[in-house]
Design a binder for this molecule. Structure first.
Ligand code: ZN
Length: 412
């Protein structure tokens, strides 16, 4: 069973199989072929090239005509909280009225509000609500997402969330990684007893999550008003006993030390980074950790945008992700993320595309399978209408240009 995509105006995002992330000036280029074809089969990319394939068109089981449009690798979204109950549109009014994220959290809103809603929602209902968002992001061109727990904040509810993520993994065509974020906030039952909550995460939650094999990664909100560096280290050490790698929320609200602790424990990524000093860049140099920025949160909360350009000029890679969540980024639109990367963070369209594909795939540990046009990788593709250039994608970011979505070699 082989499918040919013919008449591709530009096939963009081509990389050799051994390139798992792009750093520094390597982010400046998107390798492309004009007037191209691509062959896929068994869910993977089999071949591609310029002009026509050597086999006759009739020998293919299916032929898709790209009509001169772009073919790109699907977006990879390495940081989401897409499983949640209800929404927080009430807090939207508080924000407009001038309350900060921290003030809303202090009033019992924020993450604890989502935890209450989630507690009162059945696993089935939670799954149904999340699948609506999953289908929404698929239609916008996302092919891989990482999903975090962290609105449970009790053993039972964290497990409930992670089981929902597992079910999405099994039932949707997306490539999915699950992250345990029990230390997203202190659960209500532990108010004023933060250290006891951290002990509970370590002694009870992590072993239970590991036993059911529900998490690929562990995450901690290491920031002002949330968890300290010492508590983060305690959680990461416990997770390491079970072979669970970290991804860290760091430097959103303050220069938290979260980047340094992430690098120390070989985190796959450190995420947010709205606040950066030269020390963060130095800490990341030579590490396996991908700095990941979430411009949707900066946009929604009116925070500074991550200094992506500085990181790239220092020779580091940068990934961009949506942070899709009900409190600070209620959107999983990676094309808008790419546009903010260009408009607000001054990335070139090429750098922004690399940040939303190969580097975000790396930041969720799947860049050997997705994130570029590479023989052997999953055929996760976006086919656009004819567009004048790569820059048109973030430039005209609300124009509906996506014509077809292919995941695992199949038209969606
Ligand atoms: Zn987050």
């Amino acid at each position: 069973m082989a499918t040919l995509i013919k008449n591709i105006g530009t096939l963009a995002g081509i990389l050799p199989a051994d390139v798992l992330r792009l750093e520094g000036s390597a982010m400046n280029e998107v390798q492309s072929i004009n007037n191209a074809y691509l062959i896929m089969g068994e869910g993977s990319i089999i071949n591609f090239g310029q002009g026509q394939p050597s086999q006759p068109e009739e020998s293919f089981d299916e032929v898709i005509d790209a009509n001169g449009g772009y073919v790109l690798p699907s977006f990879c979204d390495s940081h989401t909280h897409i499983v949640y109950a209800g929404c927080r549109d009430g807090e939207f009014r508080d924000k407009i009225a001038g309350l900060t994220y921290e003030e809303i959290a202090k009033r019992g809103g924020g993450i604890l509000n989502s935890a209450d809603l989630l507690h009162n929602t059945s696993e089935e209902e939670l799954y149904q609500q999340a699948m609506e968002r999953v289908n929404e992001v698929i239609a916008m061109g996302t092919g891989a997402i990482e999903i975090k727990s962290g609105y449970g904040l009790t053993l039972e509810d964290e497990i409930k969330m992670l089981r929902v993520i597992k079910r999405i993994k099994e039932s949707s065509p997306l490539t999915i990684k699950a992250t345990f974020l029990g230390a997203h906030a202190v659960g209500r039952a532990y108010t004023g007893r933060q250290q006891e909550y951290v002990d509970h995460v370590c002694q009870d939650m992590i072993p239970a999550v590991a036993k059911e094999q529900l998490a690929d990664y562990v995450d901690v909100f290491c920031d002002k008003g949330f968890f300290t560096i010492e508590q983060t280290a305690q959680i990461l050490e416990k997770a390491a006993e079970f072979g669970i790698e970290p991804k860290i929320h760091a430097n959103e609200l303050d220069v938290s030390g979260g980047v340094q602790i992430g690098v120390k424990y070989n985190a796959l990524s450190v995420d947010h980074l709205e606040r950066t000093t030269p020390a963060e860049i130095e800490a990341l140099r030579g590490s396996k950790t991908m700095p990941t920025m979430l411009p949707g949160a900066s946009f929604f909360l009116g925070m500074p945008y991550g200094a992506a350009k500085e990181y790239i000029n220092a020779g580091l890679g940068v990934a961009l992700a949506s942070d899709y969540n009900p409190g600070s980024s209620p959107s999983g639109n990676m094309r808008f993320v790419m546009a903010m990367g260009c408009i607000k963070m001054r990335l070139t369209p090429e750098q922004a595309l690399n940040a939303c594909t190969i580097n975000s795939a790396y930041a969720m540990g799947v860049s050997d399978k997705v994130g570029s046009i590479t023989i052997g990788k999953k055929a996760n593709l976006i086919i656009t209408k004819p567009i004048p250039s790569l820059a048109f994608i973030p430039y005209s970011h609300q124009t509906p240009i996506i014509k077809q979505i292919i995941l695992n070699g199949k038209l969606i």
